[in-house]
Write a protein that binds this ligand. Sequence first.
Ligand code: PMP
Length: 393
Amino acid sequence: MANPLYEAMPTTVFAVMSGLAREHGAINLGQGYPDEPGPLAIRQKAADATLNGDNQYPPTFGLPELRQAVAAHYARFQGLDLDWASEVTITSGGTEALAAAFLGLIAPGDEVVLFQPLYDSYAPMVRRAGGVPRLVRLEPPHWRFDRAMLEAAFTPRTRLVVLNNPLNPTATVCPDEDLALLAAFCVAHDAVAVCDEVWEHVVFDGRAHRPLIAYPGMRERTVKIGSAGKMFALTGWKIGFLCAAPKLTAVLAKAHQFLTFTTAPNLQAAVAWGLENSADWFAAMPGDLARSRDRLTEALRREGFGVLPSQGTYFLNIDLAASGVREDDRSFCLRSVTEAGVAAIPVSAFYEEAPVTSIARLCFSKRDETLDEGARRLAKARDLSLRAHNAGR
Ligand code: PMP
């Protein structure tokens, strides 16, 4: 009756944890969304566009004003030279952009290099498009790949490689030398890189985002994906940007046209305005988030937790093994939400095979009181976990 891939697909860990968080009245540090409502001026523009603008079908490529604003934005922040008319498509979020890239670029039997831990839509969508995942396994604390790992994954059948940078859930930014290495592999294997860069503005401590499309040989073979939801902390808006050389864009646009055809025009208009008028927001947002990251880091360290560095994204990872926890990440996260009232995400859920099972992901884009209480409750969860472990011995 159903496609076997969907029939066999389990409920995502995000839905499970958020459901348990609601059921147990827990603080939700699991799913990645901010407590704050997002920039008022941009939301007002959306309201104005809803009341006074055109609310009928926009063009399938997106509103020209938004496509122009996206090209100008990436020229300003990343030194790119995208032609808005032939290289920028607006999608319904990064998620739709990813789906369009996989459906548009993968032919049955093509191999697709994916890095674990991986965002949950990649492997199912690659398979649904007929692709064969070739997994590279990254590990804490650095979560880096090297030449030997790429040599083991790339073959003559490699068609695509999917890079998420900054990387959710590890909160790491791919070092320049690793990007250069990956670019060289793409060129040598004539592969296309699908770059999920939805977190490109959420990088801390003075870092600047380096897009893979800017590396030698990559301009014509990279699909760069962005998300206004992540740029403006409006995660429900689902406005994505799909940027690629004209030949790739022509194909991607065909895939996009039969996924959603287009995207809400009022939100597109507001994002176009936001990209042109938010220099202050882009200057302040990473620092504000870094303060929340530091607050949660310090609260957790005071409670005796080992915390991995967070270079970008809304996330911070606890090293459970280094924090005195004797159970795996999934058991610990289930215990935290049901017995201690705080939800976190087990990082093992981001692996297709051979999971790392000692890391729990927390979202810190929350109010100070929530972070402080979250750390206290996690300490309680660890005490309960230790007690259970000792009783079981
Ligand atoms: N890719 C990654 C790595 C993400 O973390 C997210 C959002 N959590 C998305 C894609 C989806 O982006 P959007 O909400 O714009 O669809």
